[in-house]
Every structure is written in structure tokens, then in C-alpha cells.
Design a binder for this molecule. Structure first.
Ligand code: GLU
Length: 415
């Protein structure tokens, strides 16, 4: 069977691959300490589960409108309006999809075209390091990734000047993810406003430029300053697609519930296009999840806060321990549940098992083989990620202590 070029060229998600490998080794009886999975280690709050069970028992097992039932979209539109302060969002501007990942996929498919013969490709500005899935999704839609590189010294954040210089008439989108996976840092409201001004000021030069704001970590913030939605900045609502989901805030990774919200006339056309595309892909999300979405958003805010407090506490613990390890550099985490240390000071060394460490991938592989600690190598996050590894601290304090101790032993044994 001949595979398409598309199928041949697509790489598997490295975050999911490392997570699956760690789970498999654990199932085989290996004493694995995994910092791989980007998923909260809490159970889904009980009222959310109950709402699903009730809906299932009541027979909510048939097709629903493709973007989700009107009542659930109304709840999401109200959340985006009240909590996120985004003007111009109605239920018709909301599409519920099978995870934030599908919302992003649909977004890029509806914003980008592959270049016609002889034309230059449409550009998507991507701050890097950035989540492993953005670049493949952009490329699948025919866009060209233009990296905006960042480093640990500036908290992995782009500057307004850097953004301004990267914008061209071919710029179609900027991907924005604050708090960031994998960096564990986030932008202040003032920094977001400054970036928004660059985009509104560039509207003559790049009239088709929109922001794709992935706000999946909005509830996990602990840096001492508030979260801000990009679309709430002056002039940005109609130029921003806000993507979110329930996975991280309510510990619902396996449920696969994401959504996007747009605004105004342009946003309405966009949401309709996303709905048309979804109608040819997956239709509505699992019907009996929809009432549970409403319960999560309307009734489980305290659960989200409780989980955030645990992540905040763990962030201090892991940052303190990682900072004491020789040669590892990373900024203090302020959001999400990741640290992303630069480990390149150890490149060129050899492990006690004889493995050569000359990249993030070989560092992570040797750490897994020899110390049974799973981390995600940073190459697929792009940019300076090739010098970093990602540790998710969505795990217990005990595991954090034992895991960092093993990493410390690993580093000491390198020669
Ligand atoms: N977003 C999570 C992570 O980065 C889940 C895995 C994935 O979808 O990439 O680990």
C-alpha cells in the first residue's frame, strides 16, 4: 500500500511517545519515575463525572449539533465574555471539539492554504520553544513555520520588537501560549498588551494576521500576576482565535474536550467554517460529555483552584531542587506544570553505562535507561529546546524528591 507523502512525513507526538514508553516500562515492573506526561495527576472532580453518568442514564446518546448543543456553547460564550473579558462572543462563535488539539488543528486548517504554484507560503509566527504539536499542524495545513526564538534568560518570552520585525505581508497567524508548555513561564498582562499593540499597529502591513491563543493552562498560574486573554486586549477580539479545553484545569485529559471561541463578524464566519470542517471529520464530541462540560465550568472552579495550589507548591519544590543540580539552568516557573532546564552543560560527557550524551534526546534516553527517570527531550519543541529537557511536575512531592535525586546521581556519574 502506498502511503501519502503527508502520512510518510508526519512524526508522532514526542510528548505522547515518551509518556507511553514510561507507562509501558512501569507495567513491565520497572521502577520508573515519570516526569513525562503533561497531565494533572488528580482525578476528575466528582460532580463532573456525575453529570456524565446522569446524561448517559437519561439517554443522551444520540447526535448533537456539530459544534455542541446551544446550552453548552452558551455557558462557554458566557465564560469567555465574563471571565476572559473577550467582547463579541456569542454561542455561535463557539465550537466544541475533541480536545484542544483538535480545536487547534481545525483552526490552522481554516486559516491557512498550501501555496499555489510559484506563490510563497503563508507564514505562521511561532515562539519557540513551543508545544510539539503546533509546527506539524501548521505544516499539515500548508503553512510555513517562522520561528521566534526565545531563551531561558528572558523567561522564554518574545519581545514586542522581535514580533514587529518578524511580521510580513505573508504573516497569517501568530501562535501564543501563555502559560507555556514546555517552558512553564507566562507573560504579564502588560507584556501581552505590548504584543497586541504591535499586531494592531501592523494591520496595514499584515491585514490577515490573527493570533491563535492557546489558553489551556489559564487556570494554572502562580507567578504573582494574573492571567490575561490575548483577545481581551484593545482591537484584538476579532483578530484572535481563543483555544481552550477542560483537560488541564479540571484534570480531564482523557475526556477529550476542547473548544475555540472567536468574536464579531469575522469570528462568526470563522466558527461556521470550523463547524463545516468538523462536520466532515468527527461531528459533535461524545454527546453525554456535554452536560459535564457545563458542570465543570459553572460549578468546579474551586476544584481547579485547589489543583492549581498543589501545582504552585510543587513548582517551588522542583525549582528549588533543580536549581541545586550542577549545570542545569531554567527560569522560575510561573504557570502550567513544567520546568524546562537547559542541560547542554553536560553534552560531550559519557554515562557510567557507556552512553554518549551529546543531545537532549541522548540525555533523556540515558536517564531513562540507567536511572529509570522519564523526561521529554526538548528537540521537538524547537528553538533552544534542543538543549533542554521537559519535566512535568504533575506528580507527588515524594516523586519529585526521588526523581531529582536520581537525576542528581546521574549528573554526578557523567564523565
Ligand atoms: N499536552 C500534553 C503534553 O504536552 C499532553 C500530550 C500531548 O498532547 O502533547 O504532554
Amino acid at each position: 500500500m502506498q502511503l501519502s507523502q503527508r502520512a510518510q512525513s508526519i512524526k508522532p507526538s514526542s510528548t505522547l511517545a515518551v509518556t507511553a514508553r514510561a507507562k509501558q516500562l512501569r507495567a513491565e515492573g520497572v521502577d520508573i519515575l515519570s516526569f513525562a506526561a503533561g497531565e494533572p495527576d488528580f482525578d476528575t472532580p466528582e460532580p463532573i463525572k456525575q453529570a456524565l453518568v446522569a446524561a448517559l442514564k437519561e439517554g443522551m446518546t444520540k447526535y448533537q449539533p456539530v459544534p455542541g448543543d446551544p446550552e453548552t456553547r452558551r455557558v462557554i460564550a458566557e465564560k469567555l465574555t465574563r471571565e476572559n473579558e473577550i467582547p463579541g462572543v456569542t454561542p455561535d462563535h463557539v465550537v466544541i471539539s475533541t480536545g484542544g488539539k483538535q480545536s487547534l488543528y481545525l483552526t490552522f486548517q481554516c486559516l491557512l492554504d498550501p501555496p499555489a504554484d510559484g506563490d510563497p507560503p503563508q507564514e505562521v509566527l511561532l515562539p519557540t520553544p513551543g508545544w510539539v504539536t503546533y509546527a506539524p499542524q501548521i505544516e499539515l495545513a500548508g503553512g510555513q513555520v517562522v520561528e521566534l526564538p526565545t531563551g531561558a534568560a528572558e523567561g522564554f518570552k518574545i519581545s514586542p520588537d522581535q514580533l514587529e520585525k518578524a511580521i510580513t505581508p505573508r504573516s497569517r497567524a501568530v501562535v501564543f501560549n501563555s502559560p507555556s508548555n514546555p517552558c512553564g513561564t507566562m507573560y504579564t498582562p502588560e507584556e501581552i498588551e505590548a504584543l497586541a499593540r504591535v499586531i494592531t499597529d501592523a494591520s496595514d502591513r499584515a491585514p490577515d494576521l490573527v493570533v491563535v491563543s492557546d489558553e489551556i493552562y489559564e487556570r494554572i498560574v502562580y507567578g504573582g500576576f494574573p492571567f490575561k486573554s490575548f483577545a481581551s486586549c484593545p482591537g484584538m477580539a476579532e483578530r484572535t482565535i481563543t483555544v481552550n479545553g477542560l483537560a488541564k484545569a479540571f484534570s480531564m485529559t482523557g475526556w477529550r474536550v476542547g473548544y475555540l471561541g472567536a468574536s464579531g463578524d469575522a469570528g462568526l464566519q470563522f466558527a461556521k467554517a470550523v463547524g463545516r470542517l468538523q462536520s466532515q471529520m468527527t461531528s459533535n464530541i461524545t454527546s453525554f460529555c456535554l452536560p459535564a462540560v457545563r458542570v465543570a465550568i459553572q460549578e468546579c472552579s474551586e476544584d481547579a483552584t485547589r489543583m492549581c495550589e498543589a501545582f504552585a507548591r510543587r513548582s517551588k519544590l522542583i525549582y528549588g531542587l533543580v536549581s541545586e543540580l550542577p549545570g542545569l539552568l531554567c527560569p522560575k516557573p510561573t504557570g502550567a506544570f513544567y520546568v524546562f532546564p537547559d542541560v547542554s552543560a553536560h553534552f560531550g560527557k559519557t554515562t557510567k553505562g557507556g552512553a554518549r550524551v551529546d543531545s537532549a534526546a541522548s540525555f533523556a534516553a540515558a536517564l531513562l535507561d540507567e536511572e529509570h527517570v522519564a523526561v521529554v527531550p526538548g528537540e521537538d519543541f524547537l528553538g533552544c529546546g534542543e538543549r533542554c529537557v521537559r519535566l512535568s511536575f504533575a506528580c507527588s512531592d515524594d516523586q519529585i524528591r526521588s526523581g531529582i535525586e536520581r537525576i542528581g546521581g546521574f549528573l554526578e556519574s557523567l564523565s
